[in-house]
Design a protein around this ligand. Structure first.
Ligand SMILES: Nc1ncnc2c1ncn2[C@@H]1O[C@H](COP(=O)(O)OP(=O)(O)OP(=O)(O)O)[C@@H](O)[C@H]1O
Length: 439
């Protein structure tokens, strides 16, 4: 049986420039694609983008420790072999990492040949697994910050409330929190509080005993029990009626619950994450949502920003969905024409990432060629007749839209908006003048 040679790649996380450069040079000469990150932060970004054949990671890095980075990322790395680089004589640390899941270690100094030999040994392993989470495009500053917060929160059990418009990716964020946290090995159980009739909701969450109500023929465990050791995600939590709100409050306060019709008190062993696209404070003010429950849920409140506020993510998200549907439909991955990307930049995306996903899916089903045109993505806007925006016009449109939103968020205070945008006040005034935005 003939073996087909597969191209190999290495992610090297190493801050020593001399060592890094010589390894990259030698590995590249061997035909091994080598991606070099000089800090833990860069390394994490690389590993979130690709799965190499082998990961080589130094333990001491300028912005943190490779051990913490690897331990956190290991659940997502799908068994990709990891070699850790330790200082000469620091075998204790190497042993700790081997126990935690690393596959091998090398002590500094080591030769490139040693690494090449090890790579050859590991290359026979199973094909690297794709990234676990079905997510993409978290590269904008806002989403990078969100990711950082989620990673930190993954290590504790604090209740988290995720806000943001419909389709922005709140459930995706909740999954990222779960998948990257200490409960990743446990279940992620999601329930959409708006989709289940009120009379069934309580029994769905808390379970019921036999005979608890007409039709309850058997005891049934609820989702709070199913999520033990993992995360219970309550989506659209604003839609809960008064009775389930009271029960949920008790669950959060006492971390105990009883099945419907039951007496036995059961401990809550799941972490609670809730999401809403409604303004919960407004609901509290209107008397439609319990204030005490709101504060219990919103111990940490995070917002998933709408897609129109993060145009930087559009390219990666679109590429992700093109790849996804090409594979699902068994067809070649189409290209996006330049005008279609311009049109995407100019579109306000009221349905957020879900709308982008739907538009790409529909366009891929209906488009004629292997290239998606603006008219395929936005058939309703007769885009084919409009002259395409130039790149500069598209950038201006996106910038204008973004500045307007940030200004609105800052209550029209230019100084505050400038700070949020990371530019000086003068630069913002100048940009506003050029783009015709009134202060
Ligand atoms: N970063 C992402 N990568 C890939 N798919 C994404 C991403 N963000 C969102 N999606 C997809 O967009 C759709 C909407 O995402 P999600 O369900 O997380 O949004 P939501 O904010 O929870 O929406 P709703 O408020 O309507 O429940 C889903 O199909 C999801 O898979």
């Amino acid at each position: 049986m003939s073996r087909v040679a597969t191209p190999h790649s290495v992610v090297l996380i190493e801050d020593d420039t001399v060592l890094g450069e010589s390894l990259v040079q030698r590995l590249t000469l061997e035909g091994i694609a080598t991606f070099w990150a000089r800090t833990a932060h860069e390394g994490e970004a690389l590993l979130r983008r690709q799965r190499p054949t082998l990961i080589v990671c130094d333990i001491r890095l300028p912005d943190g420790n490779g051990e913490a980075l690897l331990t956190r990322l290991m659940p997502e790395l799908g068994g990709t072999p990891i070699i850790v680089v330790t200082a000469y004589g620091d075998v204790a640390q190497a042993v700790r990492l081997l126990r935690a899941g690393a596959d091998d270690y090398v002590e500094k100094p080591f030769s490139a040949q040693l690494l090449i030999d090890k790579l050859a040994a590991y290359a026979g392993w199973a094909a690297p697994a794709p990234p676990a989470a079905d997510m993409a495009g978290w590269s904008s500053p806002a989403m990078r910050t969100l990711r950082r917060h989620l990673l930190k929160l993954g290590l504790v059990d604090t209740t988290v409330l995720l806000g943001g418009e419909s389709g922005a990716g709140k459930e995706v964020a909740a999954r990222a929190l779960h998948d990257n946290g200490s409960r990743a090995a446990g279940p992620f159980v999601a329930i959409n509080c708006a989709a289940i009739p009120a009379e069934l909701l309580e029994s769905q969450i808390f379970g019921h005993e036999r005979g608890a109500f007409t039709g309850a023929m058997e005891r049934q465990t609820g989702l709070a029990e199913h999520a033990a050791g993992g995360t219970l995600f309550l989506d659209e939590v604003a839609e809960l009626g008064p009775a389930p709100q009271a029960k949920l409050l008790r669950l959060l306060q006492e971390r105990r619950f009883t099945r419907l019709g039951g007496r036995e008190e059961l401990p809550l062993q799941a972490r609670i994450v809730a999401a809403t696209n409604a303004d919960l404070r407004e609901r509290v003010a209107e008397g439609r949502f319990r204030e005490d429950l709101f504060y219990r849920l919103a111990v940490v409140e995070l917002t998933v920003p709408p897609l129109r506020e993060r145009p930087e993510d559009l390219g990666a998200l679109a590429a992700h969905f093109l790849r996804h549907f090409a594979s699902a439909f068994g067809q070649e991955e189409p290209q996006l024409s330049a005008p279609s990307f311009d049109a995407m930049l100019a579109h306000p995306w009221p349905g957020n990432v879900r709308e982008l996903r739907n538009r790409i899916e529909r366009a891929m089903v209906l488009a004629e060629g292997t290239r998606l045109e603006a008219a395929d993505l936005f058939p309703e806007s007769q885009a084919q007749e409009a002259p395409p925006l130039s790149l500069a016009e598209a950038r201006d449109a996106a910038e204008r839209e973004h500045i307007r939103r940030v200004l609105a968020r800052a209550g029209s205070r230019v100084g505050e908006a400038a700070q949020l945008l990371g530019v000086s006040r003068t630069t913002l005034w100048e940009r506003m003048r050029r783009l015709g935005i009134k202060g």
